[in-house]
Design a protein around this ligand. Structure first.
Ligand code: GLN
Length: 282
């Protein structure tokens, strides 16, 4: 079929699910990944015709998009901090906000070598791998509760030659951290309250792991508090905690962190202007 016609079919079929501009972005993300054709490519060859197998590929993806499946899951991968990472329904799709968290750590610690790093709730492994690749000689450990997530993270680490120690652990049940003298502890734990579910897009709600997204409404800081308590007194000198946080809970986070023995905490906004990251140190 003529590619431009398929693009029109995408627009018609995805009406009501995505805004027209979003649909075009998704369409070209698929054509770029499948056939190396982007918006400019189509503008230069407006009558471009695809082969039947190529049409079928796009229509299969359209079917998935109509089920609200995120395009990253359809393609099986996404880009995070310049690294291509495998994603599936067992892991949270790495977000730009999390890249900002990694960036903060790299700007604070990028000049130091041989640091020990712990990533709690690693999911796809995105934070651990980005830090292993960007902090010179870092020794990185990553934990997650989900074996399926760890399998994905291991594969991603392997793809990027990142030598990371992966451990399966339920941090809420842990009595101590898997390492002593850690320089950097980082975590992007579940932080969405059930009462905030209506703010979450349908593609996320239907296809991303709820265990990675949601915390009970009444104890939304449970992961942070547990990590801070385990870490208090066990970080290396000059070490820090870095968290991605619920944008509505910045103040509560600062108070809780103070109560666990960390004297200093700094809140940082993400590119959308929301309180999204917190750093704590003694
Ligand atoms: N650490 C992973 C990420 O930042 C997973 C986070 C999660 O599943 N809550 O994407």
């Amino acid at each position: 079929m003529i590619l431009k016609e398929i693009k029109n079919i995408f627009q018609a079929e995805l009406k009501g699910i995505y805004a027209p501009e979003e649909t075009d972005v998704l369409f070209f993300r698929l054509t770029e990944a499948y056939f190396g054709i982007n918006r400019i490519g189509l503008a230069l060859q407006p009558e471009l015709v695809l082969r039947k197998e190529e049409d079928d590929r796009l229509f299969a993806a359209l079917h998935e998009l109509k089920q609200h499946r995120p395009v990253q899951q359809i393609l099986g991968s996404t880009l995070f901090y310049g690294l291509e990472l495998k994603v599936n329904e067992h892991v949270l799709i790495p977000r730009p906000e999390t890249e900002e968290l990694v960036d903060w750590i790299c700007s604070d610690y990028g000049h130091k070598s041989g640091l020990s790093v712990l990533d709690i709730g690693t999911g796809s492994g995105c934070i651990a791998i980005a830090l292993a690749r960007n902090l010179p000689g870092a020794r990185v450990t990553a934990v997650d509760l989900s074996e399926a997530a760890l399998e994905t993270a291991r594969e991603n680490a392997g793809m990027h030659g990142a030598d990371i120690r992966f451990i399966r652990e339920d941090i809420l049940k842990a009595h101590k951290l898997p390492e002593e003298n850690i320089d950097i502890i980082v975590s992007n734990p579940p932080y969405v309250r059930n009462m905030e579910a209506r703010e979450i897009k349908k593609n996320v709600l239907k296809h991303e792991p709820h265990k990675a997204l949601f915390v009970p409404d009444d104890t939304p800081l449970v992961f942070y508090e547990k990590i801070a308590r385990l870490a208090s007194g066990h970080l290396a000198k000059g070490g820090s905690l870095y968290f991605e946080i619920n944008q509505y809970l910045g103040k509560e986070m600062i108070k809780m962190i103070g109560d666990t023995g960390f004297k200093n905490s700094i809140l940082k906004k993400d590119a959308s202007g929301n309180d999204r990251m917190l750093k704590a140190f003694c």
